[in-house]
Design a protein around this ligand. Sequence first.
Ligand code: F0G
Length: 444
Amino acid sequence: MDRPVSRLCCIGCGRDYPLEEIRYECDACANLLEVVHDLELLKTVRDGPGWRHLFDERLGVRSGIHRSGVWRYHELVLPDLPAAGVVSKPEGNTTLYRAARLEEESGTAEVHIKHEGENPTLSFKDRGMSAGVSFARHLGVGMVACASTGDTSAAMAAYAAQVDGMRGVVVLPKGQISMEQLAQPIASGCLTVALPADFDTCIRLLREVCRRRPLYLLNSVNPVRIEGQKSIAYEIVQQLGWDPPDWIVVPVGNAGNISAIGKGLFDLRALGLIDRVPHLLGAQPEVAAPLARAHREGYKERVRVKAADTVATAIRIGDPVSYDKAVGTVRRSGGAFIAASEQEIMDAKALVDATGVYVCPNSATAVAGFLKARQQGTIGASDKVVIVATAHGCKFSQATIDYHEGRLPGVRPRRANRVIELRVDGAALERLLASDDGSRKDKP
Ligand code: F0G
């Protein structure tokens, strides 16, 4: 295509900017920007069935950018970026697990878990970061930066490490991310900074510094990242044979991911790949749930909270940067936001983990939100539901062990599987095996 397909557009006043301009906010009204593709132009390239056919054909490729679960959809992600400019590991192509145990537990027709923890750095952030770092390289940027609750920093560090001459800087809330997450940017050689502050403060500070210094900001305020992120939605519907679910449930922190998934789905509908958009349900921990509160209060005004300690540390965020985008897309989808307690989150995690699909507490917040929405009747018995698990359980070993050992304050481990310590004694092991009835009972 000889003219640019994409531009930046303010979500508030609609003002346009060129895609290649480094900016995260509108000059006129300070709202966030989004990447807008010329959908009319894309419609002239192929019709809906034509696009579906193209993406299905690419499923079998073994080399090149199209084997990535982001870049398979190159024309709908960043059509103006040449294939040679793509930085990919590759990412995506994560499993959509049928969750029979959740179907039984909740009495729901069809439930799947989209396990984004199967990405290269063990979280969904690899998708947006592949787009963000590719674009940073395309722009010739030397230094990329993000504030993070652990997963964005892990992804940015690992993608920046792939590019010669690109330096990464991560700013983290000290003591508030898991050990495994902290190890990732250190291992990838990033400049790793810890502040005695919460995430909301870290990102505010970094955004200010980015205004003064030539740092390319790769938090989800960066609209290019959202374009990579939305490929989760593309994969979900493609894996379901282009028949969208009734609901997609997503854990929400800074609210970039749910905005991205919504944007992706509305683009697919506009281009005729799907005929309806699923309802989006955003789930937050009760102690960090500004959007769930806004939903209860009818979105009358913007809600900010001081986020408190939660097992779901990656979504301990009280003032989500993509608040307006998320509210817009969730309302447009006929969806909702919901909050889950620490007890509900960890019980939901143990339920899913025990099926051999190992998820993190943040992902479990979505599972708990789903179970609650089902109980309340928001989600119906005949619905088809996809829950997005955003990171792998292996990033949160401490929370998992603490739950099973009964060490989480305020949480009673209803599905505990404790380690049993024995003497070095074969007979003792045999007695234990004889008394084991082969199942773990849930305590009431
Ligand atoms: N789940 C996990 C595992 C996350 O790491 C995050 C966000 C979310 C869900 C929420 O996604 O922010 O787009 O609403 N983590 C960010 C980070 C904030 O810095 O890693 P969101």
